[in-house]
Design a protein around this ligand. Structure first.
Ligand SMILES: Nc1ncnc2c1ncn2[C@@H]1O[C@H](COP(=O)(O)OP(=O)(O)O)[C@@H](O)[C@H]1O
Ligand SMILES: [Mg+2]
Length: 305
């Protein structure tokens, strides 16, 4: 059974069709990214998934439980971090976490144990008794994350959790989310940060203007979007581009000290390069391949200017 199944979700606000017939499913234990430019419909989709916004059409199943029909059962399986954190400023960090734990019916000792671990993991060990209102944005977001994790939900849903945060908060939050994922939690994260999606997510769903434009692993998205690969080679001596001419090499350009061989078949191209270097008595000082980045794919699919 998938951790999350989204079926034909749609939502409009007046004339704005924010989400248009979106369907996808997320496997148990997966780290799944919803990637798209600002205004793509990510937050609207997430708000429908966590049950704070009623869809015009479609349904959401959380571990097979229909959110529209069995709201509380479905909701208890998710820990959600909204785009704007929602902690109580007049409670301390520890009290905020404890309150959510109580809401989920956890025993006092379990609440205490988990709160201490979360505060420590999120770098708030010495600040647990300070009022949340005194915290920086990054610290507040860390408390918000701790609140979402206190019932150890099997599914974590985060809307741009590190947007606009300091490096330290970003690192602590990402590490904690990664740890939860490694322990088996399913993670669904929205971001407009391509690098973050590329680094963290096993699969990425790219959405633009309220519709899905692609769903796949970052690696496969890169490969399918562009067949051309680049083999970049450094040599110990000056070379003549004509030595390497072959139908395998579409283009050969010098880039600083290195040469970039454009090819659709890097495997055969490398064989060819090695043969020529032996014949010309050259030595290879460095070699690497690169293809299009996830950013190239994103720009192409979302027509970002
Ligand atoms: N509550 C709302 N009222 C009116 N329009 C909204 C509302 N929420 C979102 N929108 C519009 O829906 C579209 C998608 O927004 P959103 O889901 O927030 O995008 P993202 O999170 O990808 O940046 C945008 O055009 C936005 O202006
Ligand atoms: Mg958003």
């Amino acid at each position: 059974m998938p951790a999350l199944e989204v079926r034909s979700l749609s939502k409009h606000f007046g004339d704005v069709k924010a989400v248009k017939d979106i369907s996808f499913s997320v496997n148990q234990g997966e780290f799944f990214g919803l990637l798209g430019p600002n205004g793509a419909g990510k937050t609207t989709t997430i708000r429908m998934i966590i049950g704070v916004l009623k869809p015009d059409a479609g349904s959401v199943l959380i571990e097979g439980v229909d959110l529209g029909k069995n709201y509380f059962e479905a909701k208890s399986k998710i820990g959600a971090i909204p785009e704007v954190g929602n902690i109580y400023p007049d409670l301390s960090a520890r009290e905020n976490i404890d309150l959510v734990g109580r809401f989920y019916g956890l025993s006092k000792s379990l609440r205490q144990e988990r709160a201490e671990k979360l505060l420590s993991d999120l770098g708030l060990k010495d600040r647990g008794d300070d009022l949340a209102r005194k915290f920086s944005k990054g610290m507040r977001q860390r408390v918000s994350i701790a609140c979402a994790l206190v019932n150890e939900p099997p599914i974590l849903i985060l809307d741009e959790p590190t947007e606009g945060l300091d490096v330290m908060s970003r690192r602590l939050i990402i590490d904690k989310v990664k740890e939860m994922n490694q322990k088996g939690s399913t993670v669904i994260l929205t971001t407009h940060n391509i690098e973050e999606a590329n680094r963290l997510c096993q699969r990425v769903c790219i959405i633009n203007k309220g519709a899905i434009v692609a769903i796949d692993s970052p690696e496969r998205l890169r490969r399918t979007a562009e067949k051309m690969q680049i083999v970049e080679v450094g040599f110990n001596k000056k070379i003549d581009a004509a030595w390497f001419s072959s139908e395998l090499i579409t283009r050969l350009v010098q880039c600083g000290e290195k040469w970039q061989f454009y090819t659709e078949d890097p495997d055969k191209a490398i064989d060819h390069i090695v043969k020529v270097k032996d014949r010309m008595d050259l030595k290879i000082t460095s070699i690497g391949t690169s293809g299009p980045t996830l950013e190239d794919v994103f720009v192409k699919l979302c027509e970002v200017p």
